[in-house]
Design a protein around this ligand. Structure first.
Ligand code: AMP
Ligand code: MG
Length: 418
């Protein structure tokens, strides 16, 4: 791949090739733990869960009305039955239903064995204990049959599903109280750079606030991660090496930002070579070209670039899939849509670009996307405004307004698209 924007002598690695290398290198964490259901949101199942019961476990009414036996329904003409009692949800009718009788029922109420038809209350006229049913009353309607949702012994959630809110409801409906999940992935992250100062300190000449650690702590928030913020490390080889070695003893993954390119003070690669194994890649993406991937002992290492938008793009497209694999969760490719671009976009062939955009949908369901502003890898404001990436392939040149482009929505954690 020749990047016409840069003077690279070596070919750049495509993002797909980088992902394939990471996939081949990473082994999911071994080990599982028992958690109670209310603590299982976002955890990855280590065993499939089967239902110990039928759901529903009793035949019950699907609506408010009157229940009777279908043998007791006169199909040709109106008929009248006497009211034998009531079955509420949670307070079933205790008796047997005799011929010529019906019972009042409410949604979810268990039905006596003989009652296999529920007639909507709107179709019935009640006159004291006499209940009048119309001609053409249908039989065997408005019932919820035993096991119609889940049969006893059948699969509720398959390993290695990452449990969402709906799964918690499903598992609770089967009475599952505790379950076995993969142990969480232990992740340490650092910022590196002499220029970084902590929030709460006055800004000095030559310094900037450390924003990457805040971005990363948000991006790493996930129930299957156990995250340690290791703070800022100065551009000092000994300090960096000591910190990496110490963190590697207690974590599955180390993520750093900064110091990963080829400047005078960029020591990450050099240190990784000294204390572990390193793959240093220049990936054909923009923003976010340099990335160090390696291992210190059994701990995986991701050295991300320093520029804040490069951190976000490389995290979301390279580190996040790796963490997912490590957590044991199934692979999921990002959702992509085709949209009409309403602004012109500058691009040179050579790298796949993730430009920041604002995606909208018109009344006809058509998607449109516009640039969210300046695209420099230091420009955090335009990614904060964005709700998607406009994904421009390696070979693509500039985009004209009106061209179709591929768009990747930036999915908020609380949404259900996966
Ligand atoms: P580096 O990769 O260390 O050369 O950093 C590239 C750019 O990203 C420089 O402008 C750094 O000041 C900036 N940068 C590095 N780390 C951070 C950070 N933690 N927060 C904000 N900006 C950073
Ligand atoms: Mg630096």
């Amino acid at each position: 791949m020749i990047d016409s924007c840069s003077q690279e002598s070596n070919p750049l690695l495509s993002i797909d090739a980088a992902l394939a290398k990471i996939k081949a290198a990473i082994h999911p964490v071994a080990g599982s733990e028992q958690v109670v259901l209310k603590n299982a949101l976002g955890r990855v199942l280590s065993e499939s869960v089967y239902s110990p019961i039928n759901i529903p476990h009793e035949r019950n009414a699907a609506m408010d009305g009157y229940a009777l036996s279908s043998n007791d329904i006169n199909r040709e003409q109106p008929f009248t039955h006497s009211l034998a009692g009531t079955s509420w949800a949670g307070r079933p009718f205790p008796g047997q239903l005799q011929s010529g009788q019906c019972i009042r029922v409410f949604t979810g109420a268990a039905l006596p064995a003989q009652a296999d038809s529920v007639i909507m209350q709107e179709q019935v006229r009640a006159d004291g204990q006499a209940i009048h049913f119309p001609a053409n009353t249908p039989a065997q309607q408005n019932l919820r049959e035993i096991g119609e949702d889940i049969a006893q012994g059948s699969l509720l959630c398959a390993h290695p599903k990452k449990l969402n809110a709906i799964d918690l409801g499903l598992l609770a409906s089967a009475g599952i109280y505790e379950l076995s999940v993969k142990r969480s992935v232990k992740i340490a992250f650092f910022s590196t750079g002499d220029e970084l100062i902590a929030l709460g300190q006055p800004l000095e000449t030559g310094k900037i606030y450390d924003s990457n650690r805040y971005t990363l702590s948000g991006l790493l928030a996930d129930a299957s991660h156990s995250v340690t913020d290791m703070g800022v490390i100065a551009d000092n080889k000994q300090l960096l090496e000591d910190s990496f070695i110490e963190a590697a003893k207690h974590h599955d993954v180390i993520i750093t930002t900064g110091g990963a390119s080829v400047g005078e003070a960029d020591y990450v690669k050099e240190i990784l070579v000294r204390c572990g194994e390193v793959n240093f890649w220049k990936i054909a993406i923009k923003p976010g070209k340099p990335l160090a991937f390696g291992k210190i002992g059994s701990c995986y290492f991701f050295g991300l670039p320093g520029n804040p938008v490069s951190v976000i793009v490389t995290f979301q497209h390279i580190v996040a899939p790796a963490l997912k694999q490590l957590s044991g969760a199934p692979d999921a490719k990002p959702l992509r849509l085709t949209a009409t671009c309403t602004t012109a976009l500058k691009k040179a062939p050579g790298r796949q670009e993730f430009q920041r955009g604002i995606l909208t949908q018109d009344d006809n369901g058509e998607f449109f996307v516009a640039s969210s502003g300046r695209q420099g890898s230091n420009i955090l404001s335009s990614i904060s405004r964005a709700n998607c990436y406009i994904v421009l392939p390696i070979e693509c040149k500039s985009v004209q307004a009106g061209d179709k482009v591929s768009v990747e929505p930036i999915i908020n954690d609380n949404q259900m698209i996966i």
